[in-house]
Design a binder for this molecule. Structure first.
Ligand code: CUA
Length: 337
């Protein structure tokens, strides 16, 4: 019974890690598949080496166990022993060199493959901030520029070159299902290429400790068909529609009159600051506060009412609002689709 329970636990532990939106063992991109080849090769080469060493150690212990003849004086035969030693050493050196050659070759080939961007890449600029992601799609000219935050939309099969910047400290950009990590360093520009091979929802996470809310610095990754991506891009290019309901109109006035518009941008309105995330199409996103909360009305309300309670240390201050003002502001934010 205990053995069965152990087996079930082991199976659960091993299988649980095989799928999921944030998993290096479930590659959904060309670069992640390349990296997967390296780690599988390392697992096989190092695993075989380990098993061999353990087998030799076991056999040495077995042969060296105490025998009745141990009390007699040993028979000296140096030359025979040296011959065995020579052959064993040659064998081990051969094995190690072969293993290293396999590892170096695979690593070299994968490195070359990772450096190969592929044709017609999509250009995206990502800027890391404590603790959120500013995302900009560079199109043909300023009118084609899409600004968003804490989300990445990618068409399946097309390479995307992501230009990585940082505004304050070092962060690290990591979508485990799509590729490895690349640091975002203040004063420096890094690049990472992502070529998704299947559609799906994935999760990106900051992978370099960057302060109190490092853990709550995530982003959503949506890989869709090229048609869906184009539809999304078009919808993001459109300016925010003017609210029509009286509550929403009041909310917009409060948003622009109180501190909100001092940090946030809603394109096509008086709110034009780029300090915090762009909110033009806030409601088209899956989460708020960099993956901290689902994007529901209740969570949005909780976040605006008390940012420090949800994400202590966040740059977003608590703006004093009465209950009815809060209600109006959230109603306005809900129109930003
Ligand atoms: Cu940004 Cu950790």
């Amino acid at each position: 019974n205990g053995a069965l329970r152990g087996l079930v636990l082991l199976a659960a532990l091993t299988l649980a890690a095989c799928h999921g939106p944030q998993n290096i063992l479930d590659p959904a991109g060309k670069q992640a598949q390349d990296i997967d080849v390296v780690w599988r090769t390392m697992l096989v080469v190092c695993g075989l080496m380990y098993l061999l060493v353990m087998a030799f150690l076991g056999s040495a212990l077995w042969r060296a166990r105490r025998k009745p003849s141990d009390d007699a004086l040993p028979i000296q035969s140096r030359t025979a022993a040296e011959g065995v030693l020579d052959r064993t050493l040659t064998g081990w050196i051969g094995l190690i060199v072969t293993g290293l050659i396999v590892l170096v070759s695979v690593s070299f080939l994968v490195d070359r493959s990772l450096a190969d961007v592929g044709p017609d890449p999509l250009r995206i600029k990502v800027t890391a901030n404590q603790w959120w992601w500013d995302v900009e799609y560079q199109g043909q000219g300023p009118s084609e520029r899409v600004l968003t935050a804490n989300e990445l939309r990618l068409p399946v099969g097309r390479p995307a070159v992501v230009e990585l910047h940082a505004n304050d400290v070092i962060h690290s950009f990591w979508v485990p299902n799509l590729s490895g990590k690349t640091d975002l360093i203040p004063g420096r520009v890094n690049f990472i290429t992502l070529t998704p091979t299947r559609t799906g929802a994935f999760r990106g996470q900051c992978a370099e400790f960057c302060g109190l809310e490092h853990a709550k610095m995530a982003f959503d990754v949506q890989v869709t068909s090229p048609q869906e991506f184009e539809a999304w891009r078009r919808s993001q290019l459109a300016r925010a529609a003017d609210p029509t309901g009286p509550l929403e109109i009041q909310g917009k006035q409060i948003f622009n009159g109180k501190a909100c518009a001092m940090c946030h941008r809603v394109q096509g309105t008086d709110a034009g600051a780029g300090i915090g995330p762009d909110l033009t199409h806030l409601k088209s996103r899956a989460t708020i506060a960099a993956g901290t909360l689902p994007n529901t009305r209740g969570d949005l309300q909780a976040w605006v009412a008390d940012p420090q309670g949800v994400k202590p240390g966040t740059t977003m201050p608590r703006v004093p609002l009465t209950a009815s003002e809060l209600n109006a502001v959230v109603a306005y934010l809900e129109t930003l689709r």
